[in-house]
Design a protein around this ligand. Structure first.
Ligand SMILES: C[S@@+](CC[C@H](N)C(=O)[O-])C[C@H]1O[C@@H](n2cnc3c(N)ncnc32)[C@H](O)[C@@H]1O
Length: 251
């Protein structure tokens, strides 16, 4: 693959992407592949091993043509950029964060997932990934975790560009967002009514709680129904993303 030395401006953009909310840092080839496939504007691709990146793309994403020539990065710079972490594959890229059309998201005839105060970037990314795969209306993350953070985007394999992902700070902001739609709010709760006895409309906003504590009382009160996915006696709960997947694919 054609590559060349990484330009100083591109290196600066890579460094800035870690903290600039208008940018998205893509870690690894899968995130880059999905970003390109789903129309992201990618400004920079950097790699310490252009041949390996080319081999991976040829094998796993032959349909993808990179929109920019990858910039070669020396080992020391690569270590500084990655903080010494091993990435899933040898590339980092910077894309621009898209603006979500919230009205269009709410109007889409599919379920919307609402995550209340998720703590774990890996779980949140896995939810985005399943929402994209199942063509849900979107994912709304309530709380302090930035769903566009690099760890979430990596766990979602870059599928933020295939489904709308919205961040709101608190339940009051969620109320404002949902007020613009007629979607019923259904809470997923191990203490709710069994899923087989429940009606979860295909346009429901389906809320899931935080990993350790579950849903807040305030969210439970807002929900029109609380629904449980059956589990063997003694099992406390499913993983957040696993529970989301059950509802994502339920007719
Ligand atoms: C890891 S669980 C939280 C566990 C927490 N101790 C509780 O009791 O809810 C994260 C979220 O996934 C959803 N969840 C997990 N297992 C579920 C189940 N069997 N039925 C319904 N929702 C479930 C709930 O929304 C829950 O708040």
């Amino acid at each position: 693959m054609l590559s060349g030395p990484l330009a100083a401006d591109d290196l600066a953009l890579l460094r800035r992407a870690q903290r600039d909310p208008s940018l998205v840092l893509l870690e690894g080839m899968h995130a880059l592949k999905h970003a390109v496939r789903f129309g992201a504007t990618v400004d920079v691709v950097a790699t310490p091993d252009a041949d390996e990146l080319a081999r991976l793309l040829a094998r796993l994403a032959p349909d993808v043509t990179l929109p920019v020539v990858p910039g070669d990065v020396e080992d020391g710079v690569w270590r500084a950029l990655t903080g010494g972490r091993a990435l899933p594959s040898p590339c980092l890229a910077v894309a621009r964060r898209p603006t979500v059309d919230v009205a269009a998201m709410l109007a889409r005839p599919a379920r919307l997932l609402v995550l209340e105060e998720p703590r774990h970037a890996g779980n949140t990314g896995a939810v985005v990934r399943v929402a994209a795969a199942a063509e849900l209306a979107g994912v709304v993350v309530v709380g302090t975790l930035d769903p566009w953070g690099a760890g979430v985007v990596r766990a979602a394999a870059g599928l933020h560009f295939a489904v709308d992902v919205v961040h709101v700070p608190d339940l009051a902001a969620l109320d404002t967002l949902l007020a613009a739609s007629t979607r019923p709010l259904v809470a997923l709760d191990p203490d709710g009514v069994p899923l087989e006895d429940a009606d979860v409309p295909v346009d429901a906003a389906v809320a899931l709680g935080t990993e350790r504590g579950g849903l807040s009382g305030a969210l439970r009160e807002r929900a029109s129904a609380r629904v449980a996915i059956p589990m063997q006696d003694g099992v406390s709960s499913l993983n957040l993303a696993t529970a989301a997947a059950v509802l994502a694919y339920r007719p």
